[in-house]
Design a protein around this ligand. Structure first.
Ligand SMILES: Nc1nc2c(ncn2[C@@H]2O[C@H](COP(=O)(O)O[C@H]3[C@@H](O)[C@H](n4cnc5c(=O)[nH]c(N)nc54)O[C@@H]3COP(=O)(O)O)[C@@H](O)[C@H]2O)c(=O)[nH]1
Length: 512
């Protein structure tokens, strides 16, 4: 498993969390839509409910008002005989009215229920001087009572009592049982008929009020969260199962998709963006003197989870992704930044080699990238070499032009892994190649494989004939080194002499 085969989301808990979200998403959206639609429908329903309750309570007040006005005509007459009869007639005739009392000063003196009496009465607390809500009396335990008063100019009065049951029915007639209330003065009645001091609790969700233009009462219709959620639950339940099934189906597809590897080009672009591709340098030594003469820049992927990765694990995918140019540019910049300040510690004519794939020859920025790198070093300090593997298809007309332009800038060209491809030897001449890098397989043949050694000897002879510099790579033993030195190879590279190392390590071993 390489980073290129990683699922789109590498962490399993994260994958499961994402899938869970997808499973729940339709259900959550459905619930949200249900809440909004219930809110809107309740909002419009509330207007109607308030209007209905307002009209119904108005009827009660009208009846009380008419009865109290009629009763006021009887005030001052003795509470007996005809007066009492008329008073009782009023209570039976008038809709809603339960009792009518007559009084003057601070006392009732006549009651439709009890006849003549002398009972002190509370004169204050009448909203608009006319009406007030009272807690239930002995006759109406558990329910409130509405008192409606008509006043004569001399201070005498008639008070009509109306059972809270009528008000409760009026409040409930809109079909909204909770949240309806009737405010009169400093008291309010709930939809169960209970009377409370103060004002009904405010609702932050939905609330509508309607105050009567003439009578001193206000209808309040409010929707509170528990009722709202209960209603939404009832409407939503049938949909929930369907939406969960839909979500599970989508979640299954999403899980399959998350399991698939991300496209390699995407992974590589992200890694390049995070600057995870770094240069390693493998020193190159003069074969005869054994002195450090250069270095080959080799790509590594410093992966945050898998550590340092060799190009074999990803180079093919990088080349296919078309992002090799961008990555080589980054390598050139990193090497320049680290090495240019140390130029004085490098030998003159230091060979710095970068690998290129054939596709990069079409990159219009290549020449500028090389120029920029060379300009960062003092003149004659650096010999920049571009290594092209023989296996790559190059040699088109366009490539010849690129080679000429590069060489005009003093940039050298090397054929990498020479001997492993099947290209015509003619292009060595046509392309004015400077260096042949003998493939490791032939170096490995020294002392082991006589046929391989024959090819090695032939490559060395060819290089000398064509006046090319020869680099032997993969030198692992002293016997190989001695043979190559004796055969006249110019430069040696291999684990025997030095392994590829990070930039900092390479700089650390330079002479001061
Ligand atoms: N287009 C680009 N190709 C690149 C770049 N960087 C590297 N490469 C190519 O990837 C291949 C693998 O490279 P790597 O794993 O870095 O191997 C190099 C050396 O580590 C290895 N080597 C050197 N000495 C020895 C040795 O003594 N023994 C041994 N077994 N291996 C050794 O050889 C590789 C160098 O190869 P070469 O480039 O042919 O000189 C490889 O094909 C690289 O070319 C890049 O930036 N761009």
């Amino acid at each position: 498993m390489t980073p290129l085969n990683d699922p789109r989301v590498a962490s399993r808990p994260r994958r499961l969390l994402l899938v869970l979200l997808v499973v729940l998403l339709p259900a959550l959206l459905g619930w949200g839509i249900t809440l909004v639609s219930i809110y809107l429908s309740m909002q419009s329903r509330l207007e109607g409910v308030v209007g209905g309750a307002h009209d119904a309570v108005t009827l009660v007040f009208k009846s009380a008002d008419a009865t109290a006005s009629e009763a006021l005509l009887l005030v001052g007459q003795p509470c007996q005989g005809k007066t009492l009869r008329l008073l009782r007639e009023l209570t039976t005739r008038a809709l809603y009215v339960r009792t009518v009392n007559l009084g003057s000063g601070e006392h009732y003196y006549c009651s439709s229920l009890y006849g003549a009496l002398s009972k002190e009465t509370e004169l204050s607390g009448y909203a608009g001087g006319r009406t007030k809500l009272r807690l239930g009396s002995q006759l109406t335990p558990g329910g409130g009572v509405l008192a409606y008063r008509a006043l004569a100019a001399d201070g005498s009065f008639a008070v009509v009592g109306i059972s809270g049951g009528h008000l409760r029915t009026a409040l409930r007639q809109g079909g909204l049982s909770d949240g309806m209330s009737l405010q009169i003065g400093d008291k309010w009645m709930d939809s169960e008929g209970g009377v409370h001091s103060g004002t009904p609790p405010r609702s932050l969700l939905l609330e509508t009020r309607r105050q009567h233009a003439i009578y001193p009462f206000t209808i309040v219709a409010a929707v509170y969260w528990p009722a709202f959620l209960a209603e939404s639950r009832v409407s939503y339940q049938p949909m929930l199962i369907l939406l969960l099934l839909l979500g599970s189906w989508a979640g299954w597809f999403y899980y399959q998709w998350l399991q698939q590897p991300r496209p390699a080009s995407e992974v590589i672009a992200a890694a390049a963006e995070r600057q995870e591709f770094i240069p390693f340098l493998q020193p190159l030594f003069d074969a005869r003197s054994g002195r450090l003469m250069g270095a080959e820049v080799l790509l590594r992927w410093q992966h945050p989870r898998d550590g340092l990765l060799s190009p074999f694990a990803f180079i093919e995918a990088v080349e296919k992704s078309g992002q090799m140019g961008r990555i080589t540019r980054q390598l050139m910049q990193d090497v320049t930044t680290a090495l240019a300040p140390q130029a004085a510690r490098l030998p003159d004519g230091f060979h710095l080699a970068f690998n290129l794939d054939a596709g990069q020859l079409d990159d219009p920025c290549l020449l500028d990238d090389c120029r920029r790198l060379m300009a960062a070093f003092p003149a004659d300090k650096l010999v920049l070499t571009l290594e092209l593997t023989e296996r790559e298809a190059f040699g088109s007309d366009g490539h010849f032009e690129v080679f000429s332009a590069l060489q005009a800038q003093g940039i050298q060209l090397a054929i990498d892994d020479f001997g492993t491809g099947q290209s015509s030897l003619a292009y060595l001449h046509q392309l004015a190649i400077d260096t042949l890098k003998i493939d490791r397989a032939f170096v490995d043949a020294i002392g082991r494989d006589s046929l391989g050694k024959v090819v090695l000897d032939a490559i060395i002879a060819l290089g000398k004939q064509l006046n090319l510099k020869l680099v032997a790579e993969g030198v692992e033993t002293e016997a190989q080194r001695d043979y190559l030195v004796a055969a006249g190879v110019d430069f040696l590279q291999g684990y025997l002499l030095a392994r590829p190392m990070p930039l900092a390590g390479f700089i650390a071993q330079l002479p001061e």
